[in-house]
Ligand binder design. Structure first.
Ligand SMILES: Cc1cc2nc3c(=O)[nH]c(=O)nc-3n(C[C@H](O)[C@H](O)[C@H](O)COP(=O)(O)O)c2cc1C
Length: 393
């Protein structure tokens, strides 16, 4: 069983989202403001649709925290959907009279969840599928992920992300030293540099003018990770496998790469593997001179930054819809158009960071587990000390 668990609930236009996070130890400092900061990062982005102008997400902490510190008990969060005031009849929990506009929707959107969802759940109103398949749910993951991130920060672990391509445009000067995270944070497309930003925005503008959508690739980099999270001993304990699952569960994500996974296939082994050298200044007594592996070898962290690249497809809902079918009549129709984003790649970045935070916090708790921050810190410190047994005899 996972050490850190969380459940999310809520529909896109329902009253709101509920999250319960279980497994966070006692005495972690956490505040609603901290969570709000990261939730706001999910909401900004060039190419976002109208919904983000309506919602300003705030997760209210309802339990599990007292006087700014966690109690070790489950933490319940509540995120209100401001848009619900426009949907209280269409999304009513109670039955409504027949003459009420239920915002029924029957025209399948190719690439969305509605077609398989309708057949699987036996639903003739596609809204019953779309409401949960919508990426609104990811607000819950960012809320839960913020608590995991706060936990990791205590141990000096930080998680960042940047967009490395949009459509056919990619960053030409991707650096791994001295990355300007402040610039990236302030960039509307989370670009690495000004040149990339200009190209990415043009690509989004072009998609908009063609009444279509555009996807891309973003990169998540995690610094400060100790050696030994995950394990080589069993398939479901391998950290790369867990990262793959958590990242692929994000809406519209269709590919995950750890380090230079794909590029490495074009090179010879001598140019791919990361040579290890002694380094007395390093807490591990050793270091890798490169990081093509992206910080994970044998399903375990090797102490180098974890690098994860994420491929996200263009959004399925388009202002110029594709030909499709009506799920009830079987007629050929145009797919439905609901208010939608043109490009969601930069908005997906904080979601990816959150999934990494939840996955790593779980691994961290498995390795250094305890019920209070002090107990975990003691376990962590004594493990780090054992590194000095290696390479110094
Ligand atoms: C941040 C974000 C925003 C999204 N916004 C939309 C949107 O506005 N319209 C849409 O059709 N899909 C959007 N999606 C993608 C759909 O939720 C997703 O494509 C759909 O649930 C089908 O699942 P799949 O693409 O993972 O197979 C968004 C995804 C993310 C990560």
């Amino acid at each position: 069983m996972s050490k850190l668990r969380y459940l999310t609930s809520g529909e896109s236009h329902g009253q709101g989202l509920t999250v319960i996070v279980e497994g966070i130890p006692a005495d972690l400092n956490i505040s609603e403001n901290y969570i709000e900061h990261h939730m706001a990062r999910r909401q900004k982005g060039y190419g976002s649709g109208g919904r983000m102008k309506i919602e300003k997400d705030k997760a209210l902490i309802k339990s599990g925290v007292r006087h700014g510190k966690t109690l070790g008990s489950p933490i319940a969060l509540w995120i209100e959907n401001k848009d619900f005031e426009n949907w209280n009849e269409a999304m009513s929990i109670e039955e409504v009279p027949d003459d009420v506009d239920k915002k029924v929707f029957t025209k399948v959107v190719p690439g969305h969840a509605d077609f398989p969802g309708a057949l699987k759940y036996n639903q003739t109103d596609l809204r019953n599928i779309l409401e949960r398949a919508s990426a609104r749910e990811t607000a819950s993951r960012v809320a839960a992920g913020s608590i995991a991130r706060k936990f990791l920060e205590f141990f000096g672990i930080s998680i960042h992300s940047r967009v490395i391509s949009i459509g056919s445009e990619s960053s030409q000067k991707l650096n791994y030293e001295n990355i300007d995270w402040e610039f990236i944070e302030s960039s509307e497309v989370r670009a690495n540099d000004l040149e990339s930003e200009v190209k990415f925005k043009k690509e989004i503008d072009l998609a908009k003018s063609q009444r279509t959508t555009v996807g891309g690739i973003f990169q998540i980099i995690t610094y400060g990770v100790p050696v030994g999270l995950g394990s080589h001993v069993h398939w479901d304990r391998k950290l790369d496998g867990q990262i793959g699952q958590s990242i692929l569960s994000i809406n519209a994500v269709k590919g995950v790469e750890i380090g230079n996974g794909f590029e490495n296939t074009t090179k010879k082994g001598k140019d791919v593997h990361d040579v290890i050298i002694p380094d007395k200044n390093n807490v591990k007594n050793f270091k890798h001179i490169s990081n093509h592996a992206g910080g994970i070898e044998g399903g375990m962290t090797n102490g180098e930054p974890i690098i994860v690249n994420v491929a996200i497809k263009p959004i399925a809902t388009m202002t110029k819809p594709l030909p499709s079918v009506d799920i009830n009549t079987g007629e050929i129709v145009e797919a439905a158009y609901n208010r939608s984003d043109i490009c969601q790649v930069s908005r997906a970045c904080p979601i990816g960071e959150s999934m990494i935070a939840l996955t790593l916090a779980n691994s961290f708790l498995e390795k250094f587990g305890g019920d209070s921050m002090l107990e975990i810190q003691t376990n962590y410190t004594s493990f780090i000390k054992t590194h000095k047994n290696f390479g110094s005899k």
